[in-house]
Write a protein that binds this ligand. Structure first.
Ligand code: PXG
Length: 465
């Protein structure tokens, strides 16, 4: 058989793809009928597909390509590291230079006393580490019964057995026997969808207090940790009311519950600080990182933990680790990515240039007849689509029907904007320039207009009763 290359006709690539490749979170038979979009190259904030169409990527891949595509420096570092030491492990009392340097750098960048890193290959793996690490921590402190982790409905922490259990997505729990025991979920702080007549501030406080209620019900001596994304990403970019996080921090402190901030999306500049925890003002004991750590160029994740946790865990043997924990090529590439983020002041760019500019433009979409709310923090934003702005009504159609129509219009207009149910979300590369933001907004507005017309035509502009 001839080699499969970028130059093959799209239909042929699609056929081969559906013959042998199983896609994550996809109905394979539907995709086989439609054909996957084949991406062949990317540069800056643009993707190119196999038909030569240039698409503005307002999702930074899957929330990860923080420095944008096509940075040769990362390719060069990877090639150099592969030549010098392509692989060695960090088990059995060995180490290597890239992992030493990356751990040191992360300790420097992470807030407070988060000075120790346990590496993984992904965010899911890192959250699996966290489950075992916090339970082991309490066990080693003589409290083995303190082993329940509290998380939130509609959270996303990965899709492995452990991380999928931590997450609060019913579709994931429905397959494969999840959740594992001793994971408990409370409600999310989604004021727009669930806040009813309360003010956002009242609602944020009430949702945070559900943590205290859960701790009291389960027993303080049973609860090991609370885990949450500073701002929920995959759940629909849900920015909590300002009252939420201070109350969560108070409760974790009061009951001696470890706080795990899942920074897989929020980390490395996305919210205008190095970490989302700084943006929302919390002091986590553990941070999960992945994605933006390497800007997605290579797979790598990790758990950054406090001096206290490391000192307890390191006092015994932690029977945990992955073949690729601290992989030298991934570590070298991540380090180079962090150098670029730092030397090119990318976090400042988000905070002072791109973030404020995008916020003004994004929030202006709230005047559109389909948009009930347009919210953004740094470079992660969402808009809630609604048939009735005044009442924040949901659509009568199945959740996601309208969002999918809007997403398809975006694709047709050369814009990658995701939908989560009937919310549209963006998470563009952090290096996006104002003129590229203008194009994003122009295409988003055009897609909303076209979606609105289509809903009218199809009789879908109807509120759920
Ligand atoms: N935590 C958070 C907060 C995430 O967003 C993970 C953990 C898991 O990371 P890995 O590297 O194992 O995928 C994630 C991943 C989506 C989508 O549809 C989001 C993620 C992954 C895939 C799809 O928005 N986030």
């Amino acid at each position: 058989m001839s080699a499969i290359t970028n130059h093959m006709p799209t239909a042929e690539l699609q056929k081969l793809d559906s013959a042998h490749h199983m896609h994550p979170f996809t109905t394979g038979s539907e995709l086989a009928a439609k054909g996957a979009r084949v991406i062949t190259r990317a540069k800056g904030v643009y993707l190119t597909d196999s038909d030569g169409v240039e698409i503005l990527d307002a999702m930074a891949g899957l929330w990860c390509v923080n420095i944008g595509y096509g940075r040769d420096e990362l390719a060069e570092v990877a090639a150099r590291q592969m030549r010098e030491l392509p692989y060695y492990n960090t088990f059995f009392q060995t180490t290597h230079v890239p992992v030493i340097a990356l751990a040191q750098k992360l300790a420097e960048l992470a807030p407070g006393d988060l000075n120790h890193v346990f590496f993984a290959g992904s965010g899911s793996e890192a959250n699996d580490t966290n489950i075992r690490m916090v339970r082991t921590y309490w066990q080693m402190k003589g409290k083995p019964e303190k082993n329940i982790l509290i998380s939130r409905k509609n959270a996303y922490h990965g899709s492995s057995m452990g991380s999928g259990s931590l997450g609060g997505m019913s579709g994931i729990h429905a397959q494969g026997g999840l959740p594992i025991p001793n994971i408990h979920h409370i409600n999310q702080p989604d004021w727009y969808s669930e806040g009813g007549q309360s003010t956002p501030e009242e609602f944020g406080l009430a949702r945070a207090q559900e943590l205290e209620t859960a701790i009291l019900e389960l027993g303080e001596e049973r609860v090991a940790a609370f885990i949450a994304e500073p701002i929920q990403g995959a759940g629909g970019v849900i920015i909590p009311p300002s009252t939420y996080w201070p109350e969560i921090q108070r409760i974790c402190d009061k009951y001696d519950i470890l706080l795990i901030a899942d920074e897989v999306i929020c980390g490395f500049g996305r919210t205008g600080n190095w970490f989302g925890s700084e943006t929302v003002g919390i002091r986590p004991d553990i941070m999960t990182v992945a994605k933006g750590l390497s800007s997605g160029y290579v797979p790598i994740g990790g758990s950054i933990v406090s001096d206290e946790i490391a000192s307890v865990i390191d006092s015994g043997e932690f029977n945990h680790g992955y073949t690729y924990s601290g992989h030298p090529v991934a570590a070298a590439v991540a380090l180079e990515n962090l150098r670029i983020l730092e030397e090119e002041n990318v976090v400042d760019h988000v905070r002072n240039v791109a973030g404020p500019y995008l916020k003004e433009k994004w929030e202006s979409l709230a005047d559109h007849p389909l948009v009930g709310e347009a919210k953004i923090e740094g470079m992660m934003g969402s808009i809630a689509l609604t048939p009735n702005k005044a009442t924040r009504a949901k659509f009568a159609s199945d959740p996601g029907t309208v969002g999918y129509i809007c997403r398809e219009r975006c694709f047709a207009n050369a814009l990658v904007m995701r939908h989560v149910g009937d919310r549209m979300i963006i998470s563009p590369p952090l290096v996006m320039r104002p003129e590229e933001i203008d194009i994003l907004i122009e295409r988003a507005r055009l897609s909303l207009d076209e979606c609105y017309e289509k809903l009218k035509e199809d009789g879908l502009l109807v509120s759920a009763s």
